[in-house]
Write a protein that binds this ligand. Structure first.
Ligand SMILES: [Zn+2]
Length: 90
């Protein structure tokens, strides 16, 4: 009698999960005002980190990208490190 050894249920996933889908971060917390949360998803240079890095799903990646852009608009986050002065005619 051969005993089946396939009874072990192993659900060991190394797959990255979306922090928002899992509830680790609430969707409500993702606003342009909440810079501390947004900072988790941008690089030091102020770039939005790629999906493979952040582990977000497409939906929430887009949500965060949108809020980061909004935060930039009102200067809560930098566009980029260097700042170019636009030459104006005086
Ligand atoms: Zn998600």
């Amino acid at each position: 009698m051969a005993e089946r050894s396939s009874g072990g249920r192993r659900f060991f996933r190394k797959k990255k999960y979306c922090k928002l889908c899992s509830g680790e971060i609430k969707e409500k917390e993702i606003t342009y005002k909440n810079v501390d949360v947004l900072k988790n998803f941008i690089t030091e240079r102020g770039k939005i980190s790629s999906r493979t890095r952040s582990g977000l799903c497409a939906k929430h990646q887009r949500l965060i990208a949108g809020e980061v852009k909004r935060a930039r608009m009102i200067a809560l986050l930098p566009f980029k490190v260097e700042y170019y002065r636009s030459s104006r005619k005086s």
